[in-house]
Design a protein around this ligand. Structure first.
Ligand SMILES: O=C(O)c1ccc[n+]([C@@H]2O[C@H](COP(=O)([O-])O)[C@@H](O)[C@H]2O)c1
Ligand SMILES: Cc1cc2nc[nH]c2cc1C
Length: 347
């Protein structure tokens, strides 16, 4: 499938003059050189994204994309498909983990129906971008048509084009989506399926082996899917495809992209194959306990901020990492310098 001409163009963030200014500003703060570790790296990255030494975070928002997956017919999840729509209702009622953590950290939430297998009617707070009642079962057919995949990308882009802020977290909800994500990971990295599959919501070891066999058979069936968007349409979910579009648009707008767990990172694998420079804009919130996530992050040379054994999704890692982003911006803006505080520098 060809890449649509509407795909955003993403500029690499390297700017050596600004990088030197940021290093100088960071190093002049009253602390031993390098002692704020990854917060220093983060402050510099945010400066390069925003093209200034005067960095700020405005109106952080987490977008939670929800959809269903035809592959659940193969018995690859520990939970029934209905949990997808039931959890969407829980998000709207503010009862899920992501509601609690987002509120705690003053972060807006947007819940998007990308393709849930349920008729919600009109529900306050639900952003209706439903493209289908779930994908097709990719053990038999490509999960979506090229047209649906393009529509999902365009919807994701349009959502982000309307945002006001400069930091965006990505979250998802979809029973079965760790199977889609593992298939994407295998196809996009070449890592054997056995190293890409995990327990998801809680499969037994026999269940994980069955999931591996399902993916291996589907990969053999769809051996002609080679290009990133073909791979996305063949194995992806509607929420994953919408996230790919949203991520590309967010990077074009020079926003800070907060990446959550295994499924969100699988969407980023697709986006990075289309526009590798997107990685300059990404902050990896955490390393999930889903088996393949560590290797997925290594493949991207990504260093996650947190390691909390989370495996929930919903954007929870993003919400929990947000205070660290604020800490990095605040130290750069608010700490005294050696000169202003009259502290002696390294001898
Ligand atoms: O974010 C993660 O790393 C993560 C790891 C395991 C499971 N999940 C969540 O669990 C659901 C998918 O799990 P499963 O077993 O149904 O494929 C989906 O709603 C995800 O948000 C999320
Ligand atoms: C209850 C439940 C909540 C979730 N949130 C994200 N994925 C989920 C999967 C289940 C099963």
């Amino acid at each position: 499938m060809s890449i649509p001409t509407t795909i955003p163009t993403i500029a690499a963030i390297d700017n050596s003059a600004l990088a030197a200014q940021l290093d100088q500003r960071i190093n002049n703060k009253t602390k031993p050189l390098g002692s704020l570790g990854m917060l220093e790296t983060l402050a510099k990255q945010i400066g390069l994204i925003q093209q200034t030494t005067d960095i700020s975070l405005k109106q952080a928002v987490i977008l939670v994309f929800a959809a269903d997956h035809g592959i659940v017919a193969e018995g690859i999840s520990a939970y029934p498909q209905d949990v997808t729509w039931q959890m969407v209702a829980n998000f709207l009622a503010k009862g899920a983990a992501i509601n609690v953590f987002a509120q705690q950290n003053h972060c807006d939430l947007q819940i998007i129906d990308a393709g849930v297998n349920h008729n919600f009617g009109s529900r306050d707070g639900l952003i209706d971008r439903k493209l289908a009642h779930g994908t097709r079962n990719f053990a038999q057919l490509p999960a979506m048509t090229p047209e649906t995949c393009h529509r999902a990308l365009a919807s994701g882009m349009a959502l982000v084009a309307e945002l006001q802020g400069n930091v965006i977290g990505f979250g998802e909800m979809g029973i079965g989506n760790t199977t889609a994500a593992a298939a994407l990971m295998h196809k996009l990295t070449g890592i054997p399926v056995a190293q890409c599959v995990g327990a998801g919501t809680g499969l037994s070891s026999d269940g994980v082996l069955h999931k591996q066999r399902v993916i291996e058979a589907a990969v053999a069936l769809h051996s002609t899917a080679i290009e990133p968007l073909d791979i996305l349409a063949t194995f992806g979910g509607l929420e994953i495809a919408m996230m790919v579009g949203a991520m590309l648009q967010a990077a074009e707008r020079r926003m800070v992209l907060l990446i959550d767990g295994f499924i969100v990172t699988s969407a980023l694998l697709v986006a990075a194959r289309i526009s590798p420079a997107i990685l300059d804009y990404c902050v990896f919130s955490h390393c999930s306990n889903e088996h393949g996530h560590r290797e997925m992050l290594q493949h991207l040379h990504a260093r996650p901020l947190l390691q909390l054994s989370l495996r929930l999704g919903e954007g929870t890692g993003c919400a929990l990492a947000l205070p660290l982003l604020h800490a990095s911006v605040n130290f750069l803006n608010q700490m005294a310098t050696f000169e202003s505080a009259q502290v002696s520098e390294k001898s």
